[in-house]
Design a protein around this ligand. Structure first.
Ligand code: NAD
Ligand code: IPM
Ligand code: MN
Length: 355
């Protein structure tokens, strides 16, 4: 297995080394071998060299079996030397788009023993998988300004929606449900207002669902979805949604599963023609970076997804089980979960649990 490793910025630099520790423990236990290639891209690299992610590196990345990614980005209030969103667009989104990672798979599960802000929710109530379309929508950087910095300035940001792009995401959601014995796929969109783009989503969904008679379906507008995720999250099983809505509802999902430190993701190119990328859902968390108490569980669960994708299901299960048993004990909780454990202590605990 050839794995590219890009820790990026902020807490990415703290959680990825722990993720590599867990990967190493899995390899030892299950007898597979792998090599890693380190990539330095991110904020500091940009400040030094004015380079985000060169095409040559992208080409190398594509040829790996998988990419383990931390996070990029600076404080949302901005950095004078780094143009707004340039790291996100030219590193993270560039990989997703150019490597055609058209599925962003974001399992949202509350593990036993992890505190959730939903006062009545039990682990069995929060167990959904969000399939986020990952190469279209409002993320295409299709748009621009007219008359910039004048009183009649115009800004366009176009939501790109193709039948092919939408259909492959929807089909993936149904195939996922079929494979993992999930009972229901819910389309989350905004058909009442986005009457062109989301009408296409609705029609594609209707056409694909007809091929899966055993799987129940539902539709929610995204605004209602955010309410139901809080008031009755147990109604969700598999959700399929647009790029932007998927971004938003998976942060909400992270919140109800115990926080950003618990939410894992895989940016999948199911054709395997280019590398898939695995990363925690969270960002660089500038507010806590450098302190050594970022929660690394999301990264470990992402490493498990990586191994599952690379046909090491036993190793993946072992990491998932170890994470479950570790977070069940409050002494292994980092500050976000109300504890005092450090990032490295949680890593050690997961490695020990795997052994
Ligand atoms: P964020 O996810 O970085 O942080 C949101 C909140 O969650 C913060 O309070 C943070 O402390 C907390 N948090 C995040 N990860 C945590 C962890 N592992 N353990 C404990 N707490 C954690 O989102 P933000 O503050 O909106 O964004 C910061 C920067 O990261 C921005 O530049 C943004 O664009 C970027 N970003 C990058 C990615 C990515 O690379 N995948 C994802 C999201 C945001
Ligand atoms: C995520 C992040 C990214 C997104 C940003 C950093 C481009 O928020 O992975 O959820 O919006 O997809
Ligand atoms: Mn996000």
């Amino acid at each position: 297995m050839k794995i590219a490793v890009m820790p990026g910025d902020g807490v990415g630099k703290e959680v990825i080394p722990e993720g590599l520790k867990v990967l190493k423990a899995a390899a030892r236990k299950f007898g597979f071998t792998y090599s890693t290639t380190d990539y330095p891209f991110g904020g500091e690299y940009y400040l030094e060299k004015k380079i985000t992610l060169p095409d040559s590196a992208l080409k190398e990345l594509a040829a790996h079996d998988a990419i383990l990614f931390g996070a990029v980005g600076v404080d949302p209030r901005g950095s004078a030397q780094i143009p707004q969103g340039i790291l996100e667009a030219e590193i993270l989104l560039k990989m997703r788009f150019e490597l055609d990672q058209y599925i962003n798979l974001r399992p949202t599960r509350l593990l036993p023993g992890v505190p959730t802000p939903l006062k009545n929710a039990k682990p069995q109530d929060i167990d959904m998988v969000i399939v986020r379309e990952n190469t279209e929508g409002l993320y295409c950087q299709n748009g621009g300004f007219l008359y910039k910095n004048t009183p009649h300035e115009v800004a366009n940001q176009i939501e790109v929606t193709t039948r092919r792009g939408v259909e492959r995401a929807i089909r993936y959601a149904f195939e996922y449900a079929k494979q993992f014995n999930r009972k229901k796929v819910t389309l989350v969109a905004k058909t009442n207002v986005l009457r062109f783009a989301h009408n296409l989503w609705q029609r594609a969904f209707d056409a694909v669902q007809a091929e899966y008679p055993g799987i129940a379906t539902d539709y929610h507008h995204v605004d209602a979805c955010t309410m139901y995720m809080v008031t009755k999250p147990q109604i969700y099983d598999v959700i399929v949604t647009t790029n932007m809505f998927g971004d938003i509802i998976t942060d909400l999902g992270a919140a109800i599963q115990g926080g950003m430190g618990m939410a894992a993701s895989g940016n999948l190119n199911p054709t395997r023609q280019a590398a898939s990328m695995f990363e925690p859902v969270h960002g660089s968390a500038p507010d806590i970076a450098g302190k050594g108490f970022a929660n690394p569980i999301a990264t470990f669960l992402s490493v498990a997804m990586l191994l599952d994708f690379l046909n090491q299901p036993e190793a993946a299960k072992s990491i998932n089980r170890a994470c479950q048993s570790v977070v069940a004990d409050p002494k292994n909780h980092t500050r976000d979960l109300g504890g005092t454990a450090s990032t490295a202590q949680v890593g050690d605990a997961v490695v020990a649990a795997m052994a």
